[in-house]
Design a protein around this ligand. Structure first.
Ligand code: GLC
Length: 426
């Protein structure tokens, strides 16, 4: 039997202690804050944990509010305080200009990964030459409809807003008369927040009413086409849309549609996989189409989507960047497309048969994505959220019947002029 020399045992013990210390030093915890709309949080957790396991680190997933505007307010508060509590933020396509000063340039560490994503997203996330976030998933406003109800009443998928209004009214009245008393014609996002800006921008552009602030910086809201678009939408409230729509975000409208209580819904792609899930009462009865347009056929979808960004206040910027590169990789984007119908931002994945079979709209409605309308983020830069806030409030006033469209838009123009500090936005 060999006896261990006391010194050797000590050396061994010291070695073990050192090794343990090394692990303790190197096994870091990265905190990522993800959105929580639909399956967002669950899927974020799933892939962040897969990264942590493979990298030998830990992740903590911090839920952010599912209201985009509340999420921005929270992130701005943390970042303005220079907080290191969150390493990785899920940021909206509308925010790079607003948050850029607090986010790391990912380009030097991306190893060219950004070239695999749609160039428009990369351009959107590049502020003053710095790539402040990696694209994660793309959104565009879509019209979800009940195939079975349109078939029952022999109605086509509406091509114009007027047609949508008429079909919604007809089906709602007939179904209610037949005892389906909770059915509504059309649900959408009417709460005073960023989601309403997205909906109202679709109404405006499809009516030829412009996109709030034009690329040259001109404030375009005071025009009869936008006024007509808002008047039309206000007419839906309390007729084909419940009055409660004035307080709906994405999830509230999906809740009504998915319970089988709405004919039409405006929402983002994530609603597809949830509606089609096992146990969903509308599984197999959902159609997806471009949003309606004006009689001339012009239809518009607002461009949405999310990216992942690393905070400049992170104490682990290298690991946080690794996590972002993993989460935005082709493998993870594919898994999210299959499990959650999140549109990839990597163009090659649109050739993937499995993704297209699980989400037929991703191939069929490619135009809705490629021609989606951007919010006026480029023209308004760091002031975008202020502009959007004024726009959604004015829109909400009209929808709630507090102001006429003409009054609301005249007042909005004046407020936006003040916000623009004269002529220039940036
Ligand atoms: C989705 C979109 C985002 C948009 C938000 C509005 O999260 O990805 O771009 O601002 O909805 O509610």
């Amino acid at each position: 039997m060999t006896r261990h020399h006391p010194l050797r045992s000590t050396a061994l013990a010291t070695g073990l202690a050192l090794a343990a210390a090394a692990v303790a030093v190197h096994a870091a915890t990265i905190r990522i804050s993800c959105g929580s709309v639909g399956q967002e949080l669950e899927l974020c957790k799933h892939s962040a944990e897969a990264w942590a396991k493979q990298a030998g680190h830990q992740v903590q997933v911090v839920a952010a509010p599912n209201d985009a505007s509340e999420r921005l307010a929270l992130f701005q508060q943390l970042l303005a305080a220079g907080s290191d509590r969150i390493d990785v933020f899920q940021i909206d396509v509308a925010w790079p200009g607003v948050l850029a000063n607090h986010l790391l340039d990912l380009k030097p560490s991306a190893g060219g990964a950004e070239t695999q994503h749609f160039p428009a997203f990369v351009a959107n996330n590049t502020v003053k030459g710095r790539l402040v976030a990696m694209p994660w998933f793309a959104n565009a406003g879509l019209l979800f409809y009940r195939k079975d109800l349109l078939e029952k009443y022999r109605l086509p998928v509406p091509a114009t807003w007027a047609e949508l209004g008429a079909s919604a009214q007809r089906i709602q009245s007939a179904e209610r008369a037949a005892g389906n008393s909770r059915l509504w014609g059309f649900v959408w996002q009417g709460r005073a927040y960023e989601g309403l800006t997205c909906n109202a921008l679709e109404w405006s552009v499809s009516h030829g009413g412009g996109s709030i602030v034009e690329p040259d910086g001109r404030i375009s809201v005071r025009n009869p086409r936008l006024a007509a678009a808002l008047r039309q939408a206000a007419g839906w409230v309390g007729t084909i849309s419940p009055t409660a729509v004035l307080n709906y975000g994405e999830e509230e409208s999906r809740g009504v549609f998915q319970a089988g209580h709405a004919v039409f819904m405006r929402n983002w792609p994530y609603a597809w996989s949830l509606g089609q899930a096992e146990g969903s009462v509308i599984k197999g009865r959902i159609g997806v189409a471009p949003l309606p347009g004006d009689p001339g056929g012009r239809s518009a979808a607002t461009l949405g989507g999310e990216s992942l960004a690393v905070s400049t206040y992170s104490r682990q910027p290298r690991l946080a960047t690794e996590l972002v590169l993993y989460m935005t990789s082709a493998a993870v984007q594919k898994q999210r497309a299959l499990a959650g119908s999140f549109n990839p931002t990597r163009s090659a994945l649109y050739q993937d048969g499995e993704i297209l079979r699980a989400n037929p709209f991703m191939g069929e409605l490619a135009g809705a994505f490629s021609q989606a309308v951007a919010r006026p983020t480029a023209a308004t830069g760091s002031l975008y959220n202020r502009v959007s806030n004024e726009f959604w409030n004015a829109t909400h006033d009209v929808l709630a019947g507090r102001r006429t469209p003409d009054d609301a838009l005249a007042a909005l123009e004046a407020r936006l002029k003040r916000a623009s500090r004269g002529e220039r936005w940036n």
